[in-house]
Design a protein around this ligand. Structure first.
Ligand code: DGL
Length: 251
């Protein structure tokens, strides 16, 4: 085992999680792999998401990482349980839409959960809905991953697509919005602009905190020195530039 922490996403979205983890754990060494060639995963059938997630995460396991973060709600829903069963000794952090805190933040209004088709359809989310699903409006974020993947998260098209998806609810009392896909934090501003009074839940800080807790528990924390971040992709290498831009701002 070496000192690397492996991050996996279908594409660039997981950079939103990585950014938070680096803030919390600046001495760690991170390797981010985005399966950009196959993004988006959300509209694919379960078996295919499992196969792609397994192949992507295999690339990280082959580098002998000390922990894995599945920085993708879709891949977590489809594959985290299988991965945990296969690697019981490995710290594995997954994601799920932050519906629980959003549920408790309600004050008479509703909660929108914006996520991929697969995340909303699969059992993990259905279980969350059974517990915290009162007054929840699940919305599939059609087209949003593609906009972020092509570097257009701040574009007029992104604003127009969000408006088309969310405008039906702008007249209601929406107390909270859950960003249930790691690409969506890059669309936070236009989403907030549509619902100025809503509290937005992205689950990023909680995921980073969970990584830290698992590393601590396993005696795996790196305690000094300067950390590092490396990016890899299955797609066109030019996407690395976008990953760095999303991570560090304009570069
Ligand atoms: N970033 C993803 C998620 O959190 C995956 C989106 C996709 O590939 O459809 O769900």
């Amino acid at each position: 085992m070496n000192d690397l922490i492996g991050f996996f996403d279908s594409g660039v979205g997981g950079v939103s999680v990585l950014r938070e983890a680096v803030r919390l754990l600046p001495c760690e060494h991170f390797l981010f792999f985005g399966d950009n060639r196959n993004a988006p995963y959300g509209p694919r059938p379960l078996a295919e998401i499992r196969r792609l997630s397994a192949a992507g995460i295999r690339r990280l396991l082959d580098r002998d990482v000390k922990a894995i973060v599945i920085a993708c709600n879709t891949a977590t829903s489809a594959y985290a349980e299988i991965l945990r069963a296969e690697h019981p000794e490995l710290p594995i952090v997954g994601m799920e839409p932050a519906l629980k805190p959003a549920h408790y933040a309600r004050h008479g209004g509703q909660v929108i959960v914006l996520a991929t088709d697969a995340t909303l359809r699969l059992e993990k989310f259905q279980r969350l809905m059974a517990r915290y699903g009162d007054d929840v409006i699940p919305v599939v974020g059609h087209g949003l991953v593609e906009l972020v993947e092509s570097g257009r998260s701040a574009s007029p098209e992104a604003g127009a697509q969000l408006k088309a998806l969310l405008e039906p609810y702008t007249g209601r009392q929406i107390d909270a919005i859950v960003l249930g896909c790691t690409h969506y934090p890059f669309l936070r501003e236009p989403i907030q602009a549509l619902f100025p009074a809503a509290q937005i839940f992205d689950g990023l800080a909680g995921t980073a905190a969970q990584l830290k807790a698992l590393l601590e528990r396993g005696g795996l924390l790196t305690k000094g020195g300067e950390g590092s971040v490396a990016f890899e992709t299955s797609g066109d290498p030019s996407v690395i530039k976008l990953m760095k831009r999303l991570m560090y701002g304009d570069t």
